[in-house]
Ligand binder design. Structure first.
Ligand code: AMP
Length: 220
């Protein structure tokens, strides 16, 4: 199963990707996580990406495409993968098609997480993430069992520096301008599956599974 999770920041892509990864045993490829790790480690890619991530802008296409190309060449994606946060521009979508063509594989479905903008600001402001394993939490809707500590690995929960109100507004504007056109792009290819994403994690995951089953078994 090879799927793309598409939708604005705060729609729940990362949370749902982790659930799909656990249940179906296919890895989540989150470009945001990969870039944050590269920034922490101070690699060449990290140095290029840092100012863009800090400002809530998109990292230049060639950097992100390079990251994804390298990641898709590894063995653990042979059985499938979940692309989370990539592609985010038409150029990235076109580059992805080229990469996949070279590997003789194709995307099975693009899950589009549909959610109103007001809900996104509320969610992003309450978001925390484990600085060690990147598991996402929300202080209102999915708090950790114990304050500020990750349930999975005991790592410290932190607020992402780009989850401040000013940068959140910027990221939502960037999404509208640069990423939203991909909804139409994948709809035209017959790959788009719309998932209403304003409900709870469980409600959204139930819809994800139902829609994946339909799409992958040819009834949708
Ligand atoms: P995310 O964790 O998906 O919200 O991504 C955090 C930040 O990483 C974004 O605001 C961008 O600066 C950068 N980023 C992640 N994925 C991409 C992408 N596909 N293209 C460009 N920039 C990206």
């Amino acid at each position: 199963m090879r799927i793309i999770l598409l939708g604005p920041p705060g729609a729940g892509k990362g949370t749902q990707a982790k659930r799909i990864e656990e249940e179906f045993g296919i890895p989540q490829l989150a470009t945001g996580d990969i870039l944050r790790l590269a920034i922490r480690e101070g690699t060449e890619w990290g140095k290029k990406a840092e100012p863009f991530v800090r400002e809530g802008q998109l990292v230049p296409d060639e950097v992100v495409i390079g990251v994804v190309k390298e990641r898709l060449s590894r063995d653990d994606v042979r059985r499938g993968f979940i692309l989370d946060g990539f592609p985010r521009t038409l150029r990235q979508a076109e580059a992805l098609e080229e990469i996949l063509k070279g590997l003789h594989i194709a995307i099975d479905a693009v899950l589009y997480f549909d959610i109103p903008a007001e809900e996104l600001v509320r969610r992003l402001s309450a978001r925390r993430v484990c600085e060690n394993c990147q598991t996402p939490y929300n202080l209102i809707s999915s708090p950790p069992r114990s304050d500020e500590v990750c349930d999975r690995c005991g790592g410290k929960l932190v607020q992402r520096p780009d989850d401040t109100p000013e940068v959140i507004r910027k990221r939502l504007a960037v999404y509208e301008e640069q990423t939203r056109p991909l909804v139409e792009f994948y709809a035209r290819k017959g790959l788009l599956v719309t998932v209403p994403a304003s409900g709870s994690i469980e409600e959204t995951y139930a819809r994800v599974k139902e829609m994946l089953a339909k799409k992958l078994h040819g009834n949708g």
